[in-house]
Design a protein around this ligand. Structure first.
Ligand SMILES: *Cc1c(COP(=O)(O)O)cnc(C)c1O
Length: 241
């Protein structure tokens, strides 16, 4: 194994980035006529070593997102997670669900009945409830996970029947596009979110709208997001091994 050498300058950059973005999110919320406490900043920690994550957690960051189950589980021990909420945000394979039953606060990437059924099965076995968001493929992109907008209602009604699952809202990753176009996608998500909220479906709370990443979190906040998921703008470019 390669010896780990802490890059002190990177720690400092990370801390500075976190503070700046935290402020920026609050200011953008206010600019949108919302309360600064209305929007939570998630630190997306995939591929980042705990040595660079802990300084941000020590500053008071209280929400992290990880993509891969194995990486998530291997980091749990070393992260300073007191009072920190942990979300799985990446595409989740059914055979991995058993490893996170009872060990996550939310799964943001539920996009099929098949996956929901496995979550129901494993969380029921572990005697706990899974809080989930439904991931919507807002741009109808072939390559992306997420359910199509046209199938969203049916998916929600079906999952709402599952005893050990609580639907808390929606998540999306829009297509890569310019500022104006991305705002339209976010606005469309927000409209759908509000119309689902109005329906007051049993066992469904439409409280969370998770959208916006490093490149577009401001647009997302302006269009009603209440969780922005920011990775590289805090921790720097990702290096995949
Ligand atoms: C990686 C990832 C992010 C963060 O992406 P950045 O562009 O680095 O901010 C947000 N959401 C999901 C689902 C991701 O996989």
């Amino acid at each position: 194994m390669e010896k780990f050498i802490l890059d002190e300058a990177r720690v400092q950059r990370t801390v500075d980035n976190y503070r700046r973005i935290k402020n920026d999110v609050a200011e953008t919320a206010i600019r949108a006529g919302r309360s600064e406490n209305d929007v939570r900043l998630m630190c997306v920690t995939k591929t980042v070593e705990p040595e660079y994550i802990n300084p941000v957690l020590d500053l008071g960051a209280n929400l992290i997102g990880e993509n891969k189950v194995q990486e998530y589980c291997s980091k749990l021990e070393t992260l300073h997670l007191d009072g920190v909420e942990k979300h799985i945000i990446g595409h989740l394979q059914t055979n991995k669900v058993k490893y996170i039953a009872g060990r996550v606060d939310m799964i943001e990437s539920v996009d099929s009945v098949k996956l929901a059924k496995e979550i129901q099965k494993q969380f029921s076995k572990a005697d706990c409830v899974a809080n989930i968001l439904i991931e919507v493929n807002i741009g109808n992109e072939e390559s992306k996970s997420g359910c199509d907008m046209s199938e969203l209602d049916e998916l929600i009604y079906e999952i709402a029947e599952m005893q050990n699952i609580k639907i808390k809202g929606l998540m999306t990753i829009p297509p890569i596009c310019d500022e104006n176009e991305v705002r339209k996608y976010f606005a469309k998500m927000h409209d759908k979110f509000l119309s689902l909220k109005e329906k007051n479906i049993d066992n469904v709370n439409m409280d969370i709208l998770s959208m916006g990443m490093s490149a577009d979190y401001e647009q997302a906040v302006l269009e009603g997001s209440n969780i922005v998921r920011v990775g590289s703008a805090i921790f720097g470019a990702r290096h995949y091994n």
